[in-house]
Design a protein around this ligand. Structure first.
Ligand code: IPE
Ligand code: IPE
Ligand code: MG
Length: 253
């Protein structure tokens, strides 16, 4: 399967309000496999197809930033054979997909504490960053060994290391010291598999996100399901503390 997109396809589906930044907790791989009497890893493998579909759908819809939660800092607590299988899968996915993503002008960034990964995986990650860093298409952030609290603590450390005086520390300055400052706040948060929790994902960036929870398990999530989430988002009235009347007035102008 390929995710290469032609230019006409990218602009084929105009939507009135497209989120600039979509973040996804890709959950339910294990349950998908269990329902089929398969090992959990079969769910993770099938989940890679959903990742392809969602990257493609996001680029097609005009989403600028897509952040996917692939492995949390807490996921190391899983049985070691599952952790090992996931590491193998990351390596395979990067090896097999990066060239195609590069052709589609996708900029790839793996976000998290990468130091815990094997030297070979770290090398592959660096190659992916290097190859795609100047691409001007979709910004694809893949969170691995990532935790929202870790990201906030890392930002604090950076600010302290730069000896920035406390009176100069603003919300904007803080956000600039996060791991992916240019992707900005999350507009639309999606979590699959009927769980309605954040699980330590993007704690800072989710402050004003629209939260979309679907019972669909990640391996069953596809372009159609992603578009349903975009359609739901397009109907939201985002008030950011204002009144509904103020928002309607602004939109009428
Ligand atoms: C998400 O699916 C993938 C990772 C967390 C790596 P799960 O593996 O959490 O699937 P469930 O929640 O057990 O069904
Ligand atoms: C969150 O899913 C992390 C990823 C999707 C990578 P989990 O399945 O690990 O989350 P919890 O444990 O159910 O909160
Ligand atoms: Mg889970």
């Amino acid at each position: 399967m390929t995710i290469v997109m032609d230019k006409n396809e990218i602009s084929a589906q105009p939507r009135v309000r497209v989120p600039q930044h979509v973040a996804v907790v890709m959950d339910g791989n294990g349950r998908w496999a269990k329902k089929r009497f398969l090992p959990r890893v079969a769910g993770h493998k099938k989940g890679v197809e959903s990742v392809r579909a969602v990257i493609r759908a996001a680029a097609k819809a005009g989403v600028k930033n897509l952040t996917l939660f692939a492995f949390s800092s807490e996921n190391w607590k899983r049985p070691s054979d599952e952790v090992q299988a996931l590491m193998t899968l990351f390596m395979q996915a990067l090896t097999n997909e990066v060239q195609e993503l590069h052709k589609s002008r996708v900029r790839i960034r793996l976000v998290g504490d990468l130091s815990r990964f094997s030297p070979a995986l770290q090398q592959k990650i660096q190659e992916s960053h290097h190859l795609t860093e100047n691409n001007d298409g979709l910004n694809l952030n893949i969170c691995v060994n990532y935790g929202g609290r870790w990201e906030i603590v890392e930002a604090c450390k950076k600010i302290v290391e730069k000896c920035i005086p406390s009176q100069e520390i603003t919300e904007d300055l803080f956000a600039q010291n996060l791991q992916i400052p240019d992707s900005g706040d999350v507009d639309l948060f999606i979590r699959t598999s009927a769980e309605s929790r954040i699980s330590n994902f993007l704690l800072w960036q989710l402050a004003y996100s629209e939260l979309y929870f679907t019972p669909v398990l990640w391996p069953d999530f596809n372009e159609e399901e992603f578009n349903k989430a975009l359609d739901w988002f397009a109907e939201r009235e985002r008030r950011f503390g204002k009144t509904s009347e103020q928002i309607s007035l602004k939109e009428a102008q």
